[in-house]
Write a protein that binds this ligand. Sequence first.
Ligand SMILES: [Fe+2]
Ligand SMILES: [Fe+2]
Length: 367
Amino acid sequence: MTIKNNLFKHEKHLRTIVGILLIASAIYFDIWWISIFAITLLITSSYEYCPIHDALGINENEAKRNYYLSQFPLFNPEPVLLFKEDGRLDFANNAGKKIFKDVKLLEELYPKQCKTAHDLVKEKASIFNKVKIGDLTYMIHFKGVSEIGSILAFAFNVSDLVKINEEIINTQKDIVYKMGEIGETRSKETGNHVKRVAEYSYLLAIESGLSQEDSDTLKIASPMHDIGKVGIPDAVLKKPGKLDLDEWKIMQTHAELGYEMLKGSERPILKAAAIVAKDHHEKWDGSGYPNRTIGEDIHIYGRITAIADVFDALGSKRVYKDAWELEKILDLFKEERGKHFDPNLVDIMFENLDKFLEIRDSYQDIA
Ligand SMILES: [Fe+2]
Ligand SMILES: [Fe+2]
């Protein structure tokens, strides 16, 4: 049978010394039972094994902790940190000390809305968080390790990935703007119309409580609301006078056309643009097109873009009409609140009117 050692070196030496002292005392004072303790200490020290330690699990946790620490790549070029359950920094490898030199507490890197450090440890859970340090972006993987009551934090430099991702998003953005402009140019709208619609839509989205991600997506997607107009014949689209009933029906197909053009994509921005194209002429009371959808069944992206688009179109000068006075536009929104437009969104628009006007002023059409 092999006996596993469970005593640390200093404990072994201590037991030997105390054992010898106790033997001396037993002889000197002639108290025989002291020698039982002495012999026990000497035997356990020579085997480096203590059955009481074994039964109570003493040293085991410390040994595990040492094991985990020994696994730490001290010279790993990526930062590795260890936090205690109470959030204090316990260990940092060389890269960790250099890059996160000011970090002393877990909360400085850990996402606020996530589960507590205690639960993270107890459940041995994993959490990821993106942290910016100067020009660099790090993705940190927090891992609860209940065996040592600690949180491991492995950080990876993802700056290049973030840049590439931004590139991809910006490219999508540019393409989407261009597509939006194509749609609008065919209907004699200006390039700045799509920019203003994007800004108004974002403002309404964020103020109505949509997430930052959804608001960003809508900002990029809403300028594409009229992309379906690329499929409307010139005879209808560019007709100088009023459209007759058949022509109007053809014109209305631009919503469905835009949706059909974009719906196949799995990209979130294009998916959102497809929704915007389909729903931006639906009306709250169900009198819109193409599907006469009612109320909240109209996608929030569609309801928001409808307000942004109409607010901007009315306030802009076109060959066939002058720009409306602000007062007249606001009267129309009051009148159409709960009819054409989502009443809640109209209220939000009025609450943020100053910001709407700021946007209008910063993206003016060039005469
Ligand atoms: Fe439209
Ligand atoms: Fe438009």
